[in-house]
Design a protein around this ligand. Structure first.
Ligand SMILES: [Zn+2]
Length: 234
């Protein structure tokens, strides 16, 4: 794995659900905001279909608030919600359009998202549709945003400045961020999803989970803690 270049100013994180960024991505975000970089979060949904025992309206309210707290824990001020339907995201032009609109508005140097592939690292489990659909649409929307002849009705200037996209938790990582010193902030952001974890129906230890990932990747690249990403160059 190669180090992720850090000579940039603005990042836009786009994910499907509250908590998607916090399984590792936000630990790198904590480092970048501490360097003075600007990071904005865009959530496609409010995660309203994520808790079996609670009504979606209530879950949307709780999980939106938890996401804002998680963002604050890693130095992110701005969190936007696109209010698309949790659990039933569809790949297609409407999704690419709304993501291209966000990219043209925020004009990021770097886009951060979550694994769009069918499996997780180690071939574990089958990645859910929302993650596959959203991640793929993010990669495509970066090109859409750059093309002045695509989505002309948005009335926004094209944005051709996105250098690369980073996908956390990919089974095919190509790059890493040295996050040594930022694990605590990452853990705090993950722990912000308290109501969600309390209703998972199984024990989950944010510290052990995140600590294990960054320690293992750190061993591979020769630093204390590292977060792996799959990079797609713009
Ligand atoms: Zn998710």
């Amino acid at each position: 794995m190669e180090p992720v270049p850090e000579d940039w100013e603005r990042a836009l994180a786009i994910v499907a659900h509250p908590d998607d960024l916090e399984y590792g991505g936000s630990t790198a975000v904590a480092k970048w905001t501490s360097q003075g970089k600007s990071v904005v979060e865009v959530l496609a949904t409010r995660g309203e279909a994520g808790i079996d025992s609670m009504e979606p309206e209530e879950v949307a309210r709780v999980r939106s608030a938890e996401q804002v707290q998680a963002a604050r824990a890693v130095g992110v001020e701005t969190v936007e919600f696109l209010d698309l339907p949790d659990g039933t995201l569809e790949y297609g032009l409407p999704l690419r359009r709304v993501l291209a609109e966000a990219i043209r508005r925020h004009r990021p140097d770097v886009v951060i998202s979550l694994n769009y592939r069918e499996t997780w690292p180690g071939g574990q489990g089958f990645n859910m549709a929302d993650h596959r659909v959203l991640g793929l649409a993010v990669a495509d929307a970066i090109r859409d945003a750059a093309n002045r002849w695509v989505f002309r009705d948005l009335g926004l200037e094209p944005w051709q400045g996105t250098r690369f996209a980073l996908f956390a938790s990919s089974p095919n990582p190509t790059h890493y961020v040295d996050v040594t010193g930022h694990l605590a902030a990452g853990v705090a952001s993950l722990k912000a999803h308290k109501v969600y974890f309390d209703n998972l129906g199984q024990d989950f230890d944010p510290e052990a989970f995140l600590g294990g990932i960054v320690a293992e990747a750190g061993r591979q690249v020769g630093v204390t803690h590292a977060m792996p990403f799959e990079m797609i160059s713009g």
